[in-house]
Design a protein around this ligand. Structure first.
Ligand code: ADE
Ligand code: ZN
Length: 332
C-alpha cells in the first residue's frame, strides 16, 4: 500500500497519455502529426518549459467534448488512487480550450462528470483550480474569470501557469483581486524558471496562499526565511524539474536543503504523462536518489494535507493525517 498523500500540483491536461491522445484523436477525427504512440513519445525530450508547453498545447487539440474531459480526468483519478492519492486539487487551463472553440461549460461539466463521483469510484476527494495563462493578457484572464462564474460551486481557486519568464505576477493584480472578492483561493506558479522576485510579487501583489514550484526561492535567504515564518507551502515537482531542466539531475535537487531550512514542501507530479512519473513515482525518486529518511517522507505526506484547501472539512483533513501517522513503511 502506498503512502497516503494529497496531490496539489497537477495539470489535468498534463495527464494525457499517448494512448488516450490517439484514442481521442480517432474519436474526434483530429489528425495528429505523429505516426503512433512511440513516435509521439520521441517528442518528449524537452529543453525547457517552453519546449514542453508547445507539445502540451498541441496535443490538447484532441480534447473536444464533455466525454473527452471526463475520460481524461477518470484516467488520472484511477492512476492517482493506485499511487496513494486520497485528495487531489486539480489544475485546468480553460483559455487553452476556449481558444479552440471548446466552451468553459464543456470543460467544467466534463471534468465534473469524473470528479463528482471520484470519492465513490476511486476513493479520492477532489477540488478544481482554474489557471490563467500568464503569457495571455490580463483582459483575457478577466474574461475567463467571468466565464467561470456560473461554475464557481465547482471551483475552489485560481492559479497562474504557462511561460513564466517575462510575465511577472503583477500583470494579474486586478484579476486576482476579483477572484478573492468571489471567495476563491489563490495560488500561482512562481520561481520555476522565473527569479525569486516573482515569488515575492505573487505573495505581495496577488495574495497567494501557496507557491507552485517556488524552487528558486533558495537563491534568496531572506525570502526563504519569510516563507518559513509565514508557513507558505511550496508545491514542488522534482521529476518535472529534471525533465524541464530547472535542475541538471535529480541528485542535485534542492528538496533536502529546502526541508532542512524548514520550508513547508510538498511533492507532486505536475504533468505526469510527460515527465515520466505520477506522484508516488516522484516520492520514490526523491527517497531513492536524495536519500530522504522515512520520517522525511512522512513529513512530505503530512505537509500535502496541511497545505491542501480542506479548511471546509477539518474532520476529513484530520482523518487523512491520522492515516499518514499510522502508515508503516515496508521496504521503501
Ligand atoms: N510546469 C508548468 N509550468 C508552467 N505552466 C505549466 N502548464 C503545465 N505545466 C506547467
Ligand atoms: Zn505546473
Amino acid at each position: 500500500m502506498p503512502l497516503p498523500k494529497a496531490e496539489l500540483h497537477l495539470h489535468v491536461e498534463g495527464t494525457l497519455e499517448p494512448e488516450l491522445a490517439f484514442e481521442l484523436a480517432a474519436r474526434n477525427a483530429v489528425e495528429l502529426p505523429y505516426a503512433d504512440t512511440d513516435d509521439l513519445r520521441k517528442a518528449y525530450a524537452f529543453e525547457d518549459l517552453q519546449s514542453f508547453l508547445n507539445l502540451y498545447y498541441e496535443l490538447m487539440a484532441v480534447l473536444r467534448t464533455e466525454r473527452d474531459f471526463e475520460d481524461l480526468a477518470n484516467a488520472y483519478l484511477e492512476r492517482a488512487a493506485a499511487q496513494g492519492v486520497r485528495h487531489a486539487e486539480i489544475f485546468f487551463d480553460p483559455q487553452a480550450h476556449i481558444a479552440r472553440g471548446v466552451p468553459m461549460g464543456t470543460v467544467v461539466e466534463g471534468l465534473w462528470r469524473a470528479l463528482g463521483r471520484s470519492e465513490d469510484s476511486h476513493g479520492v476527494s477532489t477540488q478544481l483550480i482554474m489557471c490563467f495563462l500568464r503569457d495571455e493578457s490580463a483582459d483575457s484572464a478577466m474574461e475567463t474569470l467571468r466565464a467561470a462564474e456560473p461554475y464557481l460551486d465547482r471551483i475552489v481557486g485560481v492559479g497562474l501557469d504557462s511561460a513564466e519568464v517575462g510575465h511577472p505576477p503583477a500583470k494579474f493584480r486586478e484579476v486576482y483581486e476579483a477572484a478573492a472578492a468571489l471567495g476563491l483561493r489563490r495560488v500561482a506558479h512562481a520561481g520555476e524558471e522565473g527569479p525569486p522576485e516573482y515569488i515575492t510579487e505573487a505573495l505581495d501583489v496577488l495574495g497567494i496562499e501557496r507557491v507552485d514550484h517556488g524552487l528558486r526561492c533558495m537563491e534568496d535567504p531572506a525570502l526563504v526565511e519569510r516563507l518559513v515564518r509565514e508557513r507558505v507551502p511550496l508545491t514542488l515537482c522534482p521529476l518535472s524539474n529534471v525533465r524541464l531542466r530547472a535542475v541538471d539531475v535529480l541528485a542535485e535537487h534542492p528538496l533536502p536543503a529546502m526541508l532542512d531550512a524548514g520550508l513547508l514542501c510538498t511533492v507532486n507530479s505536475d504533468d505526469p504523462a510527460y515527465f515520466g512519473g505520477y506522484v508516488a513515482d516522484n516520492f520514490h525518486a526523491v527517497h531513492d536518489t536524495l536519500g530522504l529518511s522515512t520520517e522525511r517522507m512522512r513529513e512530505l505526506a503530512r505537509n500535502s494535507f496541511l497545505a491542501s484547501f480542506l479548511d471546509h472539512d477539518e474532520e476529513r483533513r484530520a482523518r487523512y493525517l491520522a492515516e499518514v501517522d499510522a502508515y508503516e513503511f515496508t521496504g521503501n
